[in-house]
Ligand binder design. Structure first.
Ligand SMILES: [Zn+2]
Length: 280
């Protein structure tokens, strides 16, 4: 049975850099130059992935705020394009109307750019973390909402269903997993698929592609089981000194080529994978 890997890139661009503490001083062209390197590497290894793009970058206009040509190039190379909101908003701080606006605006900008449907969504900073139906409660989301929970994973799905999306990448930790982390327990879990209001939730497994990941993936290969894993990283972070660095990415790409047959590794996109699943 295959080990299915879905690699999702958060394509923040200078619109995202402007609101991110870590990237505020980054070279405004960094996302684009790094994406060129990544596309060449992925093509060389036959890896298909997904780029979750800030809608603003898809609008016509000048670099570095806009780069519709690169988004079309990514799509033409066979990768899925998803929305990463319109202007990299912090969703738990938005009103219901503002949330729907950024979902609509980004989808329209990306679809106009590509001339193709965009049905996936990746929330900036992976938030909301709040998901009471799975016993995940987020103090950070409560504070961002000005002392209340404005959104949860399931209410985000309701807004996504209204605005025409089909899947969303989610990240939440039930209370016992938050406790386990505090006790130093390993926090690696394969994909769990959920569905709220008709929108599929794909739970994130890992950030980056370092040795911790490949050691774990090797233990997941099980001839009796079909296992899927969702990974994420940022194109510009291949220049960061962390699990997303270029040297980890190139090693991971080579490892996956070497292990492809032994571990039955296949790379796919959320839309292609969901199309192949039995609909619950
Ligand atoms: Zn982002």
């Amino acid at each position: 049975m295959p080990l299915t890997l879905m690699l999702i890139w958060d394509y923040d661009t200078p619109t995202g850099f402007a609101v991110s503490y870590h990237s505020r001083t980054a070279d405004p062209m960094l996302e684009y130059t790094c994406t060129d390197r990544i596309l060449a590497l992925l093509a060389g290894h036959g890896i298909v992935s997904t780029f979750a793009c800030v809608g603003k970058a898809a609008e016509p206009g000048d670099l570095p705020l806009h780069n519709p040509a690169q988004i079309r190039q990514i799509h033409a190379a066979g990768h899925e394009i998803a929305s990463h909101s319109h202007s990299h908003e912090l969703l738990p701080a938005l009103s219901q109307a503002e949330l729907r606006q950024t979902l609509r605006d980004s989808k329209a900008a990306l679809e106009d750019c590509l001339g193709a449907p965009v049905v996936g969504f990746v929330p900036p900073w992976n938030r909301p973390f709040h998901h009471p139906r799975r016993l995940a409660f987020s103090g950070k989301d409560w504070r961002a909402g000005g002392g209340r929970w404005r959104h949860s994973v399931s209410s985000l799905c309701a807004a996504l269903a209204e605005t025409g999306y089909h899947w969303v990448r989610v990240h939440y930790r039930p209370v016992w997993q938050q406790l386990g982390r505090k006790l130093g327990r390993r926090d690696l879990r394969p994909l769990a698929l959920g569905q709220y209001h008709g929108v599929y939730t794909l739970r994130l497994s890992y950030c980056g592609y370092d040795q911790t990941l490949t050691d774990w993936l090797a233990t997941l290969a099980d001839p009796g089981r079909d296992t899927a894993v969702v990974l994420y990283a940022h194109p510009h972070a291949i220049e960061h000194d962390n699990s997303q660095h270029w040297h980890h990415l190139t090693r991971f790409a080579q490892w996956s080529s070497d292990q492809r047959d032994a571990l039955q590794i296949r790379f796919t996109t959320p839309s292609a994978w969901l199309a192949g699943q039995q609909q619950p």
